[in-house]
Write a protein that binds this ligand. Sequence first.
Ligand code: DX5
Ligand code: ZN
Length: 217
Amino acid sequence: MPHLIAPSLLAADFSNLQSDCEMINNSDADWFHLDVMDGMFVPNISFGMPVIKAINKHATKPLDVHLMIEKPDRYIKDFKAVGANILTVHYEACPHLHRTIQAIKSEEMKAGVALNPHTPIELLEPILEDIDLVCLMSVNPGFGGQSFIEGTYRKIEKLKKIITQKKLSTKIEIDGGVSSKNAKALLKAGADVLVAGSFIFKSTNPTQTIKELKAIQ
Ligand code: DX5
Ligand code: ZN
C-alpha cells in the first residue's frame, strides 16, 4: 500500500481556507488533517466544528480530524455531523478508551488514537485490533512548526512489528515536524501516513511539496 500524505491545515492561511482546500483537492494529498485544540488538553486553541463544516464544503478528500481535547466523548456525534471521516482521540484524554473507540465506530467513522511522545506504544496492545489508525506524535501536541523528536523512530518500529505480528491493517500516522529530511526514514521505519503542516504550507510551492512527499519510495 503506498503511503498517504495528510497536510495539516493548522499551517494554512485561515483568511483564505477555500483556496488552500482547493490546492489540496488538486494535489497528490490523500487526506485533510484538521487539528482541534481546546486550550486544556494542550496549551493552545485552534478551531472547532464551524470551521470543519466550512472546510467540508470544499474538501473532496477524507477529513482526518485530530482531537487534542479533554473528554472528547462529548463531541463524537458533532464531529460526525460536520464531516469527519477519521476521528482521532488522545490516549491521555480517554480513561475509557475502548468505549470511546466503539462510540466513534458506531457513528461510522474510522477510529484513531494518538499517543504523546512520552506514552509507550505497548499501552495500546490490548485494543490494537479495534483501532484503525495510531497517530504517533513526533512533537508535543499543541503547535505547528516544532522540531521532530528523534525517539519516534523506535516507537514506529516497535508498533509496526506488533501490527505485522497480529496481521492487522491498523495504519501508523506520524504527526509533527515531518519534512523531506525525515520522511524517507519514517516510511522505512513503518509509517503509513505522514502529516505535514509547516513544511507544506510555508514552502514556495505547496502542491509540488506534496507531490515530492508522495513520490518518496
Ligand atoms: C500539532 C498538530 C500537528 C501540526 C503539525 O499539535 O497535531 O498536526 O499541525 O505541524 P508541523 O508539520 O508544522 O509540525
Ligand atoms: Zn495533528
